[in-house]
Design a protein around this ligand. Structure first.
Ligand SMILES: C[S@@+](CC[C@H](N)C(=O)[O-])C[C@H]1O[C@@H](n2cnc3c(N)ncnc32)[C@H](O)[C@@H]1O
Length: 242
């Protein structure tokens, strides 16, 4: 393959093409685990210092994490969703209903070249957006997260991961790298976009590298393995003295 899999324009095109089917495919093919991991990612956010927090959903996609955020923080003031894909962004808009719309703003932006304001967020959340970044891009994401959080601000991020050491790992990898691409080819008219997501997930490994980078940016960080390491999460806080 000659394309650069980690070029933001390539990633944007993959998600633009996937956007219409993304929600159903990701739910069905993960047997509902993606929803469970989004809920856990929100639960792992340390308590914010303020009653009505506002913050960013990085790589927001179709906004799947918002119901969990609004459930945990009924007084939440605002979520600013940031995503590079206009397709995912459009789907997110379509899914918004009146009850939620006034709390959600969108920025269509490449987070790797982002000038989001410093010290502007009480929280940063990100679900399943880490895999399409390579290690150098993870370092950029860590720096951005540390920069945009207010002192005392909190973050939590989760990604599907390689469950190294788990005895069912071969089955899991078969599902990701063989079964999902086959289902996609058979049922989605030969498309190969979700197959790309399998490749990204497999290359990603786990979030331990990102944990170190966030720590290097001065954040307090906890790293956790969820369901035998099939997903991994990083969460923590920016110190008040930053
Ligand atoms: C797998 S989706 C995750 C969507 C959603 N957060 C969820 O829980 O399902 C990854 C998202 O990251 C976005 N993305 C990838 N690279 C990006 C970048 N450089 N800047 C902003 N968004 C990006 C894609 O457009 C896509 O919507």
């Amino acid at each position: 393959m000659t394309e650069d899999l980690y070029d933001p324009r390539f990633v944007k095109a993959v998600f633009d093409r996937c956007s219409d089917r993304y929600i159903a495919f990701s739910y069905a093919c993960s047997f509902g685990f993606t929803e469970r991991w989004r809920r856990q990612c929100v639960a792992l956010l340390p308590p914010p210092d303020v009653q009505a927090p506002s913050g960013y959903d990085f790589m927001a996609g179709t906004g799947e994490v918002w119901p969990h955020l609004l459930k945990r923080f009924p007084d939440l003031e605002a979520i600013t969703a940031v995503d590079i894909s206009s397709g995912m962004h459009r789907r997110a808009l379509e899914r918004l209903h009146a009850l939620r719309a006034h709390k959600i703003a969108f920025i269509e932006d490449d987070l790797l070249a982002s000038d989001l304001p410093s010290d502007s967020a009480d929280f940063v959340i990100s679900t399943f957006g880490l895999k399409t970044f390579n290690p150098a891009q993870h370092a950029q994401l860590a720096a951005l997260t540390a920069r945009v959080l207010k002192p005392g601000g909190v973050f939590s991020m989760v990604e599907a991961s390689d469950p190294k050491g788990w005895w069912l790992r071969p089955l899991y990898r078969l599902h990701l790298l063989v079964v999902l691409p086959l289902i996609e080819r058979l049922f989605l008219r030969g498309a190969r976009d979700f197959a790309m997501i399998g490749v990204y997930s497999s290359n990603f490994g786990d979030a331990s590298g990102l944990a170190g980078m966030l720590q290097a940016e001065g954040l307090e960080v906890r790293y956790r393995r969820l369901f035998f390491g099939c997903a991994t999460a990083v969460s923590g806080r920016k110190s008040l003295r930053s």
